[in-house]
Every structure is written in C-alpha cells, then in structure tokens.
Write a protein that binds this ligand. Structure first.
Ligand SMILES: Cc1cc2nc3c(=O)[nH]c(=O)nc-3n(C[C@H](O)[C@H](O)[C@H](O)COP(=O)(O)OP(=O)(O)OC[C@H]3O[C@@H](n4cnc5c(N)ncnc54)[C@H](O)[C@@H]3O)c2cc1C
Length: 582
C-alpha cells in the first residue's frame, strides 16, 4: 500500500476544506487534501449562490451577521472574479407586516451591515418585475457567488502554495493509535475510487471538513458528532427575472430569497431534516411551495419556465439540539476532539455558510497551529486567489469574448456559451473525467435545455480525444480562466495561453457511452420534480434525441460503472399525490 506523510490532512473538497488547505499551505505546513468525488461534490456545489451581506441574520443571529459582512468585504478582494455585484433588496410584501422592518434597520446599524432605505418607485425602476405592492425596500450589499469557480480557484491557490490535492479519494477509515486516555488520530486510510487502491496518509493533524458527512467521519474514530442535516430545495427559473438579490424582510423562513446567478434566477429554500446527505429526493410540495413564495416577490414567477430543482444539506451543528433544523444555529462550530472527546490529532469544522468559509478555515488552522506548536499567522484575508485581475463577474462576459474572438462556430453548449477548447482543456486536466466534472468546470449543460443539445456533442469530442492525456499538468492548470472562452483559445499564431507540461497518464474513465449514460441520469435527477408545462416539452424533445434517435439506453458500455454511477442512479418511483402547477 502507498504511504504519504504530511503535517496536515484535510478531508473534504468543499469550500471549507479547500479554504483550510489554502490557509494551511500558505502558513508553510505540508498539506494534503482528499475529496471522495470532485471538488464541490457536497453542499458547496448545491447551494443557493448568495454572497450574504449579513442582512438575513441581523435580527435572529447578530454574530453570523457580523461574520458575513466582514467576510463579504474580504471575498470581494480575494475572490473578485467569482462574485457578481448584484446588490440586494430586503422588501416588505403585504404578507410581511409587523415591526420587523424597524427592528431590521436597528439591527443592521448594530451589526455594521450597510442598509439604505430606498423608495418603492426607485426599487421598481431598478427591478421592474418586483411586486409593486411592496411597502418598503432596503438596499444591502448582497451579491451572487459562483461556488464552483471559487472552490476551484481556492484549490488552485492551495496548490500554488504547495498543497497536494487528491480528488476521487475517499476516506474509508481513520488511523487511530493508542487506547483510552491517550487515543490519537494519526491520519487516514483513503481509497482511490477510480481504481480501488488504498493509500495510507499519515498526518500530525487531521481536519474533517466533511460538512453533512462529519458525523460519519467522526464515527471512524469512535466519536459521536450529531450533525443536524437540514435539506434545502432550490428551483431555477429559465432566465434572470431580476438582477438584484431579493429577500423578504421578515424572520428567515422558506422560499424567501430569489438570487440571480449566471443566466438563471434561483428561488429557495426549504429546510427539512433528512437522514442521508448523499441521496436526496425532492418532493412536489417543495417545488410548489417555492413557486408560491416566489410569486410574492415577483408576481407571475410561477408561470415562468422552471429548468431544474436540486437540493443540498446544511451541515448544521449545535451541541445537544433536538429541534427543527430551520431553528438551529447558522454559526460554525470547530470541534477539538482532544478537548471534547480525549482523541488527539483530529479537528472537525462544520456549520456556517459558504460566505464564511475563509473565516472558518482561519479559525481551524489557528487551532491546528496551537497543537502543532508553530505560531504562524493567517494571511488569506490579504491574499487574492488566481484570477482576481479579471474583476467582478458580469453576465455578458462569455458572450463578449465569444463575439470578440468570433468563436460562434466553436460552441458546444449554446446556452452557457461553452467552446470546444474550454471543454477539451477541462477534460484533459481532470484527474478522473465524468461529464458532471465538466459541468462544474465550465457549466456544460446548466442552461435552459439542461444538456439536451450539448451532451452528445461533448461525448463525441471526448470520444475523439480519447486517451490523449493532458498536455496541461493539473498543477499548472489555470482554473481562474477555466470559464473564459477567449483564454482557452489558441491565438492566431497557434500559441496557447495555457501553460504546458506533459502528463501522459491515461484518462481514468475513457468510455464515452458510460459518461453519456451517467450524465443523462444526473440531469434527469433535477428535472423529474418539475415535469410540466414548457419544461415537459423540452424534456420530451431531449428524450426523443437520446432514447429514440441515439438509443442511448442501449449503447454498449460493457456493464461498466464510474465512481459516480451509483450516485446518479436515482429512485425513479413516481412521487405520489403529485400536484401539478397550472
Ligand atoms: C440549500 C442550501 C442553500 C445554501 N445557500 C447558501 C448561500 O446562498 N450562501 C451561503 O453563504 N451559504 C449557503 N449555504 C451554506 C453553504 O452551502 C454551506 O455551509 C457550505 O457549502 C458548506 O461547505 P463545506 O465545505 O463545509 O461542506 P461540503 O461542501 O458539503 O463539503 C464536504 C465535502 O466532504 C466530502 N466528503 C465527505 N465524506 C468524505 C470522505 N469520507 N472522504 C473524502 N471526502 C469526503 C464530500 O464529498 C464533500 O465534497 C446553503 C446551504 C444549503 C443546504
């Protein structure tokens, strides 16, 4: 069995884990991160997309509000290109009566969240589809955040600082030494899920940043960590109904935020306790509820076309808490298992929000530093990740680049403006390729047709490039420019923008038919809960393309499976009592 020695082992490749690896590597620690699937496989890749100003928490949870506004300001400097400066409104709809708006204003002042009341007429001028019956509107510095790009950028920054990242590597056991009284975690046994080989990683400090899976991880060391897994469902509409984040001005509840992100707008969320963070089922009432609540912010929202529904699980933690997940604290928790359980060498960081991942990482590494006895300060708040020079994201950036460089003929995915070069570069760089990895890398299949027209093209291209492995080494891969059509294109003289190194290892999964099957399953997962109206027509067309024309469910794949086949195969039992919106 392969052995690796490191100082810090980070488990989990979400926002928190990559943040911890980045921070630890910058402080000079030898750092290894393992993630059981691709980066952002967990909640980070299934969240709402809001860069919190803190406004949501000012009344209910002032500490979270203070953390959010402080981190909001920092992330604008360190992760600029991953953010869109949409701004946010807190609006008082006819349903939101009472003294909450005045308490909100006072609490904003108390917590330092900038809040400016504007007239309803001004709000309607800026957001014409906003409910004209709102009585008050407060402006706050909310934003939209692309967690796929941000997590990749943080990971790239961690690599540049010296961290090693192993994706598709799952921790199957913790290395526990000693007995009662002097028990210690000395690393982990990790399985490469692509080839089944095990690796032992020995570490002075193991940090679990496994989100909703933190309880399962801790159990490997015989420790009880009771995560409160609150599932939240979100629904994406097929275009940007608004350009500003809309929040209801009331105590946080379900379906009260609409976030414009990339080409769509997302209404969310619910909060329901679940038992399994991996396999989530979306119920029809959740979708219907989101649409009904959305109508209160933007009348007629429910009549727009819904393109997808998905769910993520909040990794909430509150010692001894037994109530509803909606009421559980949104603050983060750092568990030092030496102090809490008498097990040295293991920390768990959980809870919090995407917006506070950097702070969570800072506090975690501070704690590790304390144990490892080396006093090195955190510098992430003043260290931009690669790509910030591009400035804030703006909706037209891809179209602008495609038009300026005349790349229309190169498009593989017209909805998200993904060019062939973007796809090829992303595929050649991935340690294990699935189409879902490429979706996260370049937003393949994430637009209104949900992969209907780009999936077969992408599979054809992957078939063509087959086993030609990357000319671009993973370490050098400039993820900051992953989503830029122009940057991925060779210039007129045939020169590449991308740094080149040779990596001849074969693609771990090279069966395009298998990739196609798995990806179609994955896309179906998100559209089955919303099959009515115009989306049903789109799906019927996609079904004809893939099942009738291409016979996709009978293409030979040698009965193969990818590391994600099991995850993609979902429960197809029809939902009972399906109330179909008119
Ligand atoms: C519905 C919903 C909406 C949200 N919206 C927002 C929002 O708009 N703004 C905001 O700021 N926050 C939001 N949040 C909160 C935010 O998304 C989470 O707090 C954050 O993404 C958690 O990141 P994480 O890295 O801690 O966990 P995760 O992203 O879940 O990462 C944990 C990782 O650990 C990996 N892992 C688990 N077990 C193992 C193992 N055995 N071996 C190796 N790897 C393993 C998983 O695959 C996963 O990738 C939302 C949360 C939910 C549920």
């Amino acid at each position: 069995m392969k052995h690796i020695e490191t100082e810090i082992l980070v488990i989990g490749g979400g926002a928190t884990g990559t943040g911890v690896a980045w921070d630890a590597a910058l402080r000079g620690f030898k750092t290894v991160l393992v993630e059981k699937r691709d980066l952002t496989h967990g909640t980070t890749g299934r969240y709402h997309g809001l860069l919190h100003s803190g406004g949501r928490y000012v009344v209910k949870d002032p500490q979270s509000a203070r953390e959010c506004i402080a981190e909001n300001r920092i992330l604008r400097r360190t992760h600029t290109h991953c953010l869109e400066e949409t701004g946010g409104f807190f609006v008082v709809t006819p349903e939101d009566e009472g003294d909450f708006p005045d308490r909100f204003v006072a609490a904003c002042a108390e917590t330092g969240v900038p809040c400016n009341e504007i007239t309803v007429a001004e709000a309607l001028r800026r957001e014409p589809l906003l409910n004209p019956r709102v009585s008050r509107v407060f402006e706050v510095p909310d934003g939209a955040a692309d967690s796929f790009l941000a997590t990749h950028a943080t990971a790239q920054a961690a690599r540049i600082a010296g961290a090693e990242l192993f994706l598709y590597h799952e921790v199957v056991g913790l290395l526990v030494e000693g007995g009662e009284g002097e028990c210690r975690v000395a690393g982990a046994r990790v399985r490469d899920v692509a080839n089944g080989e095990d690796v032992e990683i020995h570490a002075a400090m193991t940090i679990s940043a496994t989100g909703a899976w933190a309880g399962q991880l801790a159990k490997m060391a015989g420790i009880e960590v009771e995560i409160i897994p609150g599932k939240g469902t979100m629904v994406a509409m097929n275009h940007r109904l608004v350009n500003t984040v809309l929040n209801r001005c009331k105590m946080p509840a379900d379906g009260d935020i609409l976030v414009p992100i990339h080409t769509v707008s997302v209404i969310g969320t619910t909060d329901v306790r679940v038992t399994d963070p991996e396999h989530l089922r979306i119920e029809p009432w959740e979708v219907q509820f989101m649409l009904d609540e959305g109508d209160k912010l933007v009348p007629g929202l429910s009549k727009a076309r819904v393109v997808r529904a998905w769910a993520g699980v909040r990794p909430l933690y509150q010692e001894g808490y037994t109530g509803a997940s909606r009421e559980a604290t949104r603050q983060f928790t750092l568990l030092d298992h030496r102090e809490r359980d008498g097990v040295a060498g293991l920390l768990t960081i959980t809870g919090g929000k995407w917006t506070t991942f950097r702070l969570m990482a800072e506090k975690t590494v501070d704690k590790a530093v304390g144990h490892l006895g080396e006093l090195k300060g955190c510098i992430t708040a003043n260290t931009p990740v690669p790509g910030v020079e591009q400035g804030f994201y703006w909706l037209g950036h891809r179209l602008h680049e495609v038009e300026a460089a005349r790349l229309q003929g190169q498009l593989v995915c017209e909805c998200e403006l993904v060019t062939r070069s973007m796809l090829e570069n992303a595929a050649r760089n991935n340690p294990t390729v699935t189409l879902d990895d490429l979706r996260r890398d370049v937003r393949l299949g994430m637009g209104p047709c949900q992969g209907g027209f780009c999936t077969y093209r992408a599979v054809g291209i992957l078939h063509e490039i087959g086993d030609q492995r990357s000319e671009i080494g993973a370490v050098d891969w400039n993820v900051a420019f992953l989503q830029s059509p122009a940057y991925n294109q060779d210039d007129e003289a045939g020169n590449r923008h991308l740094p080149l190194t040779i990596d001849n290892s074969p693609l771990a999964i090279s069966s395009p038919n298998l990739l196609l099957r798995d990806f179609l399953q994955e896309r179906w997962k998100g559209v089955t809960p919303i099959l009515w109206g115009r989306q049903l027509k789109q799906e019927r067309l996609d079904e004809l393309i893939y099942l009738s024309l291409m016979n996709a469910d009978h293409l030979p794949d040698d009965g193969g499976s990818s590391p994600l086949s099991e995850f993609y195969n979902f429960d197809t039992t029809p939902n009972e009592n399906m109330d179909i919106p008119e």
